[in-house]
Design a protein around this ligand. Structure first.
Ligand code: GAR
Length: 355
């Protein structure tokens, strides 16, 4: 078996008692420590300088995924431990599997506990604060290096190459005529992007056939509920994982007849578009064409909007009007609206990608 750079809580507890017997101090800190930057290095140097031995407790991989999303950690706990042990300041690394560090604090019973400067002694998580007070541990808040964080590093890397081809994902439940219009706009050079993946909650949806015909990854997501029902947490997670893995810049809903919700939305803030066959805010939701005709409207159309937590309520980006004709049926109106959708959606996607 390869060498482990992780210590157990029991080993650290022994070390702590040995240090105390020598009049020395053990310093404990905790965090993810996934992609080290100079802020981490300076922070750990400062922490070590407070005592004689520095123990870093790192979140286990599963708890990092829960805290930071499915794309993290970049490095496994074993790898993070090995990297940290390469620093002069770090003496031991332990892993903890809960979201909070309480159990490891209790097991190690450090002389000093440090946190980064985005905390104050009062903003420490209650559970941890009470425990530290009960154990009589000295709490030290250390300054952070401004602008240095793992998220900032990751953002910088992902935006680094200005020539990078932007990518989109398309989600739909139906025939996929909008999806086809988008693909044709790409093929004719009117829209510069790559469709990385096409997802559907309907196993035999036409949109998945279109994906296969164009050699694009076609994925059925089991929605976990009947047609029109809420997507289960597992379905939302699978969609989110697929979108993140495909590294898409924009998520395009094209006849996706399910509500998307958190935590998916905050992974793509301002980057999820929907198209709806009415002039919103009129006739959100199902059967928009039929309802517009029944209400005696003489005009309807389509709306492209950003997706928020409501049903067809997000910021409106573009609308195209379509007249309602004498004797119109919902199907005939829908077909004329779709002609406009097929022109408008690729244009709006191009605008959003250019932002
Ligand atoms: C489109 O007309 C779109 O406006 C509508 O579904 C149709 C999908 O057609 N969307 C909604 O009603 C969303 N609330 P398509 O599968 O042929 O692109």
């Amino acid at each position: 078996m390869s060498e482990t750079f992780l210590s157990t809580n029991a080993e650290i507890a022994v070390l702590r008692n040995e240090l105390e017997a020598q009049g020395k101090k053990l310093v404990l800190t905790n965090g993810v420590f996934d992609l080290l930057h100079v802020g981490h290095v300076r922070y750990l140097n400062e922490a070590k300088a407070l005592g004689d031995c520095l123990v870093v407790a790192i979140n286990g991989d599963e708890s990092v995924r829960e805290l930071k999303g499915p794309g993290r950690p970049v490095h496994t706990a074993e790898e993070r431990a090995e990297i940290l042990c390469g620093l002069e300041s770090v003496d031991r690394v332990v892993v903890f599997h809960e979201k909070r560090a309480s159990r490891v604090i209790e097991a190690v019973d450090p002389h000093i506990y440090t946190k980064g400067g985005d905390y104050t002694p009062d903003s420490l998580i209650d559970e941890e604060k009470q425990l530290l007070d009960r154990l009589g541990v000295e709490i030290r808040i250390l300054s952070l290096v401004p602008g240095k964080s793992t998220s900032a590093t990751l953002n910088q890397i992902s935006e680094e190459d200005p020539d990078r081809q932007k990518k989109i994902a398309i989600l739909g439940s139906g025939t996929g005529s909008n999806c086809l219009a988008i693909l044709e706009a790409i093929e004719s050079g009117k829209l510069e992007t790559e469709v990385a993946v096409i997802l559907s909650d309907v196993r035999d949806a036409g949109i998945l056939d279109i994906a296969r015909d164009h050699n694009i990854s076609a994925i059925h997501i089991d929605p976990g509920t009947e047609k029109g029902g809420q997507l289960t947490d597992a379905a939302i997670k699978e969609i989110m994982d697929r979108l993140i893995a495909s590294k898409v810049d924009l998520v395009v809903l094209a006849g996706f007849m399910r509500i998307v919700r958190e935590p998916l939305m905050s992974q793509f803030p301002g980057k999820i578009l929907n198209i709806h066959p009415s002039i919103l805010p009129k006739y959100p939701g199902l059967n928009a064409c039929r309802r517009a005709i029944e209400a005696g409207e003489n005009e309807s159309g389509c709306t492209i909007h950003l997706v928020d937590a409501g049903v067809d309520t997000g910021e409106i980006l573009r609308q195209e009007a379509v007249p309602i004709l004498e004797g119109d049926t919902p199907e005939a109106l829908q077909a004329r609206i779709q002609e406009q959708e097929h022109l408008a959606y690729p244009e709006e996607i191009a605008e959003q990608l250019a932002k």
